[in-house]
Design a protein around this ligand. Structure first.
Ligand code: 5GP
Length: 187
């Protein structure tokens, strides 16, 4: 275990198992929703950079339906001071009008990032918008957001890293999800 880690919350094999289940569930739901149309207009999985990259890479391979991949980057800068704003650092390069979108998030905490992203994407008239979050961290939720698919729920307010999640750009490549030691957090 990495020396900055306090405790492992979800192991590599627990994550792999859950990702397989999610991939199966998502595939089944979109098959039901789209039928044969899935081959002409596959859903677009929109991953949020950079935290969702590792999750989406595994999730995409656990899906047995055609999907397209797209990425957005959103800055959390200013979220607490001006909750009406999100800054799109990298936008989609494709039109999503009439398309089925699956937002893939690393972690939903207050819910503000996701709520703003949903507003932004809905304004582009997609056929549907669903959300898949690796982690649903509930204690600080400030906005009501509907999560269609959740990997794991965290009921404690721990700061977690690994499997794509960072602290100051580090720990993203840890294969497990873990709580970071307080001593590793420099304020
Ligand atoms: P929200 O807008 O829901 O409060 O925050 C979502 C974003 O905050 C996530 O996409 C992530 O970047 C960051 N975040 C919230 N909680 C954690 C955490 O425990 N660990 C890490 N690494 N990032 C977090």
């Amino acid at each position: 275990m990495h020396t900055d880690i306090e405790r492992i919350l979800f192991t590599e094999s627990q994550i792999a198992q859950r990702v397989r289940e999610l991939g199966e569930q998502i595939s089944r739901d979109y098959e039901r929703l789209l039928g044969d149309r899935i081959f002409h207009e596959p859903p677009i999985a929109v991953g949020l950079l950079r935290g969702a990259v590792i999750f989406l890479a595994d999730l995409a391979r656990a899906m047995r339906i055609p999907i397209e991949l797209a990425f957005m980057a959103i800055s959390s800068y200013g979220l607490s001071s001006s909750p009406g704003e999100v800054r799109v650092v990298k936008d989609l390069e494709i039109s999503v009008a009439g398309r089925h979108i699956l937002i893939v998030e690393d972690i939903v905490d207050t819910g503000q990032t996701l709520a703003h992203l949903q507003e932004l994407l809905n304004a582009r008239h997609p056929a549907s918008v669903k959300v898949c979050a690796l982690l649903n961290k509930t204690p600080r939720r400030a906005r009501t957001v509907k999560l269609d698919y959740v990997g794991f729920t965290l009921t404690e307010d721990a700061f977690v890293v690994g499997y794509g999640l960072d602290y100051a750009e580090r720990y993203r490549n840890l294969p497990y999800i873990a709580a970071l030691k307080k001593s590793a957090i420099t304020t």
